[in-house]
Design a protein around this ligand. Structure first.
Ligand SMILES: NC(=O)C1=CN([C@@H]2O[C@H](COP(=O)(O)OP(=O)(O)OC[C@H]3O[C@@H](n4cnc5c(N)ncnc54)[C@H](OP(=O)(O)O)[C@@H]3O)[C@@H](O)[C@H]2O)C=CC1
Ligand SMILES: O=C(O)[C@@H]1CCC=N1
Length: 269
């Protein structure tokens, strides 16, 4: 059988992955998609030149099935899919929270399942995709998942017990940075800057800081200290951040995201 990959439930994350795979050189003829609504299927066909098929047809034709529906829709999808998935298919779940055991219980005995938590920077090939093996997934299955997700950014293997924490950090992570940029742009408005200039200043500060975090080899504390002059501007801002409990708020926020990922484990959230 051809080494085809099917993305089942091609919404935001499914499309981000699909577009990245095509940018990375996958032939559209080796890719299949499924969608719940005919107009969405037509849109994907038109945008990417891929075949949009039913979930059962995808299971029959592709050797790797990537399931990217919402956690709450996973049970329904698996009920529909289970009779059509031969046990030699690699099933990759992109859903938050749902453990590999959930899939193994519903699919043919021995089906290899890999759980992946990626994030939306897949759209610009800067994703972090965190990968864990289920009971029947071998090194080859993990490498296959890495080969697919490496096309849209970095990959990292973790034990499945760390997936809920990884979801809180990197799956949801981009949203925290967008939230901070939005709030700091508002601060620029408060200080009298036009919105477009405030936006550009904060976005470039974020990009510069991100590249230094990635490339300088320095600890974030050292990088922050380098910005923080004695009796200067930055330390006055830092004092306010500490006074308002921003560090504690982040600890609580990521803990809440981790807890929600755990709650989604039942697949009916
Ligand atoms: N958004 C993010 O940043 C991230 C999301 N994830 C995970 O990715 C998954 C998808 O999230 P996201 O892309 O945001 O959600 P979307 O709602 O954009 O995508 C899910 C898609 O699945 C379709 N769908 C649902 N049921 C079926 C079915 N039975 N057959 C075919 N298609 C179906 C939906 O159709 P319809 O359009 O009709 O609703 C929708 O297009 C979730 O499990 C989430 O936890 C992981 C990492 C990051
Ligand atoms: O908010 C969510 O549940 C999904 C999973 C990680 C990012 N978005």
């Amino acid at each position: 059988m051809a080494q085809k990959v099917a993305v089942l439930g091609t919404g935001k994350i499914g499309e981000a992955l699909l577009s990245g795979m095509i940018r990375g050189g996958w032939a559209p003829a080796d890719l299949l998609v499924t969608a719940r609504r005919p107009e969405r299927a037509a849109q994907l066909r038109e945008r990417y030149g891929v075949d949009a098929v039913t979930n059962a047809e995808a299971a029959a034709a592709a050797d790797t099935l990537i399931l990217t529906v919402k956690p709450q829709d996973m049970g329904t999808l698996l009920t529909e899919l289970a009779p059509h998935v031969p046990a030699d298919r690699l099933v990759i779940s992109g859903a938050a929270g749902v453990p590999t055991a959930f899939f193994e219980e519903r699919l043919a005995a021995g089906t290899p399942v890999v759980r992946v938590m990626t994030n939306t920077p897949a759209l610009v090939d800067e994703a972090m995709s965190v990968i864990s093996a289920g009971t029947h997934a071998t090194g080859d299955h993990l490498r296959r998942a890495e080969e697919i997700f490496a096309g849209v950014g970095k990959t990292l293997r973790v034990p499945e017990s760390q997936q809920d924490a990884a979801t809180a950090l990197s799956g949801s992570g981009p949203a925290y940075f967008y939230f901070l940029v939005e709030a700091m742009t508002d601060a620029g408005i408060l200080l009298g800057l036009p919105r477009d200039k405030a936006h550009d200043l904060i976005v470039q500060a974020a990009i510069g800081a991100a590249v230094m975090l990635r490339d300088s080899g320095e600890h974030p504390v050292k990088l922050r200290e380098n910005v923080t002059s004695p009796a200067g501007t930055t330390i006055n801002a830092i004092r306010e951040l500490e006074n308002h409990g921003v560090r504690a708020a982040l600890l609580a926020a990521l803990e809440a995201a981790r807890d929600r990922s755990r709650e989604l484990a039942s697949g009916n959230g």
